[in-house]
Design a protein around this ligand. Structure first.
Ligand SMILES: [Zn+2]
Length: 130
């Protein structure tokens, strides 16, 4: 029994899971007990062809989106790794500079800037992964 003959929209209803014989093509199909025609015989061929075409387009879109999502995730991971490296390097530079007391103000400013840039980057990455 081919599933395209069934009426899935009936399944959740009371009496929606009966095995019926289609009076047109004689195929056994599952649907409401009052149905006499299977889904294939009840749906004109032109509409079935359109539905099949739309389904294949939908499958293509899904494939494309899945591939692009994977690409975005790879880029996000690379960006995150680069930011962590950059942050570590800058903090090292800041610690070396902070030995000089006169540079303390500038160091603190730079440190705040680094934190702000990192926060903004994290927010952007979080937005990407939503
Ligand atoms: Zn039929």
């Amino acid at each position: 029994m081919s599933t395209e003959h069934n009426w899935p929209e009936d399944f959740s209803h009371e009496n929606g899971n009966y095995n019926n014989d289609c009076y047109m093509c004689k195929t056994v199909f599952i649907g409401h007990k009052r149905r006499h025609v299977c889904r294939v015989c009840a749906t004109p061929k032109s509409i079935r062809d359109q539905l099949a075409h739309l389904q294949s387009q939908l499958d293509e879109c899904r494939k494309e989106l899945t591939a692009r999502l994977a690409q975005v995730e790879r880029e996000r991971d690379a960006l995150t790794a680069a930011l962590v490296d950059c942050h570590a390097y800058l903090m090292q530079q800041l610690r070396a500079k902070s030995l000089n007391d006169s540079a303390k103000d500038g160091t603190q400013k730079l440190s705040r800037m680094v934190s702000e840039v990192l926060d903004a980057a994290r927010a952007a990455v979080a937005a990407l992964s939503r």
